[in-house]
Design a protein around this ligand. Structure first.
Ligand SMILES: NC(=O)c1ccc[n+]([C@@H]2O[C@H](COP(=O)([O-])OP(=O)(O)OC[C@H]3O[C@@H](n4cnc5c(N)ncnc54)[C@H](OP(=O)(O)O)[C@@H]3O)[C@@H](O)[C@H]2O)c1
Length: 379
């Protein structure tokens, strides 16, 4: 195999996938010369100048690649710590969202995509500085902004709040309210007529560093009896990172402003579907063991069950967020089996040591112990 093809496979640029990072793989990803060759094709009607705040993490590279594929120019702004060799031919402006934005001063772009804003002060600072430098600001938020999942949310639902708005530590508890505050700060600086806010649910696909989705097909591959949560009918919702990237570029090209949840259609996907996808994609010889949400709560392992949430109580609507507004503006979500297939293909390219350190889901010994407890309980 020639070097270019090997690089493409490592970077996930063949087989219809675009993996995010050398940081994940520990292998230098393909340079942009290679990427440009692989991605050349549709040219946008008008080439736009795009600034990415971030762009070298997990979701950013998928967006950058889609912008380039459609013929746009991209500048990156980051600290140079994450995958700094990912796009060697792109302009990279080195700085820090925390007080180090000077390198952006005096420059102009058509649009900025902010996918690295977690702290309201950082978003306020960049939005204020860029308000006169761009005509469009797109902020990547999250469905975690909603105040409650005991109700089914659309974009007009109440958002979570934080008592002390000066808090900047991002934890499981502050993440959602801080992102809601980031949205507010962007709105104050940019104004609704030039601002797009996207609220993705679990962003799944090649390059995902969290392993929250990846756990399911990869654990399935190990075979044997496998613990699955709740019932096969329990709903789940995801967004493929490439579908999100496509919609981001659509929003920028068509100047679609407003707030949009980016999710798979409500009721279209279940944890049972994910189980079938996992078997179909991997050919796993796996026997599912469905354990009740009461058992999961009683044994206190909800946190080790990614993507699925109990369809009862406070989490009962995590997977019924409305994406209708985005679908009406052109968001297209691919069949989830394609996501599963491409995640598995990407995972297989990772070094053995990375494959041995799954970052989400149940560890093998814990799962075995829970399975034993479940069987004893049923006797
Ligand atoms: N993963 C999900 O399921 C999910 C779901 C909903 C929403 N989201 C949203 O998606 C985004 C996460 O995307 P991601 O995982 O690809 O990116 P990320 O890890 O949050 O950000 C990485 C990018 O931002 C740059 N960066 C980080 N801190 C910086 C700083 N202080 N100053 C300048 N640049 C900085 C990094 O480069 P350097 O390190 O070189 O600076 C890198 O390019 C977030 O907005 C998150 O809220 C994620």
């Amino acid at each position: 195999m020639n070097k270019t093809r090997r690089q493409l496979i490592r970077a996930g640029l063949v087989g219809g996938t675009i993996a995010a990072s050398g940081v994940l793989t520990g292998i230098a990803p393909a340079g942009s010369a290679v990427a440009a060759e692989a991605l050349a094709q549709p040219k946008a009607k008008k080439s736009l100048r795009i600034l990415m705040l971030g762009g070298t993490g997990y979701i950013g590279p998928h967006m950058v690649s889609e912008f380039l594929r459609r013929g746009h120019e991209v500048s990156l702004f980051n600290r140079g710590r994450t995958n700094d060799d990912l796009f060697p031919d792109l302009e990279t402006l080195l700085g820090d969202r925390d007080g180090g934005l000077d390198v952006l001063k005096g420059k102009q772009w058509d649009a900025v995509v902010d996918n690295s804003g977690y702290v309201p002060r950082h978003v306020a600072d960049s939005a204020r500085l860029l308000a006169s430098a761009v005509s469009h600001y797109l902020y990547i938020s999250t469905i975690s902004v909603y105040a409650s999942f005991a109700v089914a949310n659309d974009e007009d639902s109440p958002l979570g709040t934080i008592a002390d708005e000066t808090v900047e530590e991002v934890t499981n508890g502050t993440y959602g309210p801080l992102k809601a505050l980031c949205e507010k700060r962007a709105r104050e600086e940019i104004g609704d007529d030039r601002l797009t806010i996207l609220r993705p649910t679990y962003i799944c696909g090649p390059g995902d560093r969290t392993d929250r989705y990846t756990y399911w097909p990869v654990r399935s591959m190990r075979g044997g009896e496998m613990l699955w949560p709740g019932t096969p009918e329990d709903p789940i919702q995801i967004i493929d990172v490439r579908d999100l990237a496509n919609f981001v570029v659509d929003c920028v090209e068509e100047k679609i402003t407003g707030v949009y949840n980016t999710v798979t259609p409500t009721g279209s996907y279940t944890i049972g579907d994910l189980m079938h996808d996992s078997i179909a994609v991997t050919g796993a010889d796996m026997t599912p063991l469905w354990v009740s949400s009461d058992f999961i709560a009683g044994q206190e392992f909800e946190d080790a069950i990614p993507i699925w949430s109990s369809p009862e109580g406070e989490t009962r609507n995590v997977a019924s967020v409305s994406g209708d507004r985005a679908f009406a503006r052109g968001l297209v979500t691919r069949p989830p089996r394609e996501t599963c297939r491409d995640v598995v293909s990407w995972w297989r390219t990772l070094p053995a040591e990375r494959q041995q350190s799954m970052r989400a889901g149940l560890a093998a010994d814990r799962e075995a112990q829970l399975i034993a407890t479940w069987h004893q309980r049923k006797i």
